[in-house]
Design a protein around this ligand. Sequence first.
Ligand SMILES: [Cu+2]
Length: 268
Amino acid sequence: MRILSFITAIFITFASSANGISDWQLGFQTPASDVMRNVYDLHNFVLIMMTAITIFVLFLIFYVVFRFRRKVNPVASKTTHNTFIEILWTGIPVIILIFMAIPSFKLVYQQDIIPETDMTIKVIGHQWYWEYQYPEHDDISFESYMTPDDELEPGDIRLLTVDNHLVLPANKNIHVLVTAGDVLHSFAMPSLGVKKDAVPGRLNETWFNIDEPGIYRGQCSELCGTGHGYMPIVIEALNEKDFNNWIIEQKSKLALANEIPTKENTIE
Ligand SMILES: [Cu+2]
């Protein structure tokens, strides 16, 4: 049991690091939502089971190879059936699978059933950027492009930095509508336990609740063309007050933009 907890500890150590991301990372990003914590726990639980089963089967193979080799066991047994053992090796795996299935189904429903939500955002995948809309906040909307290498500031993470963050409140249930404007994309945020296909002409929905303010990073996760690797997702979670201020700021920007006369809205 000590070895098993050691193996799990290695994975956990690799997974938890500042900002949830580190060089040569093995394992998951640090969970930042309740759903992801459950995904993480289920993963570790199954990992322990898998490790135990693998070691046990390996032990059996070695035991049979050595114990029944020709030298020490010249006359081979002719046994072909043993009802008791067959009941055992059918029954025990069934019990193990049930133990894995129960938390697994619980998790599937936790992800799938959208609770009462506090706000809705719409995410639209494009070749190769994301568009974010806030239908409940005066239709604020903007596009989010990856920052190219030659424009990165010190401390920016290459391929995971964007010009406009998806700004959201922390500790709120957020309803996410996902679609695409051209081809298939996928909105994936590993630390929140979210991955939803963005399908042209179809509106998919999911939800998440971010634990605390911070920066969270994801990527498009459905091959969508040559720029697929260059459309990261950056969520900036703010506390409620900062988020409300951000909304006010965006609304005034919107109002200002509408006031400036353009060719289309100037009366001649
Ligand atoms: Cu893609």
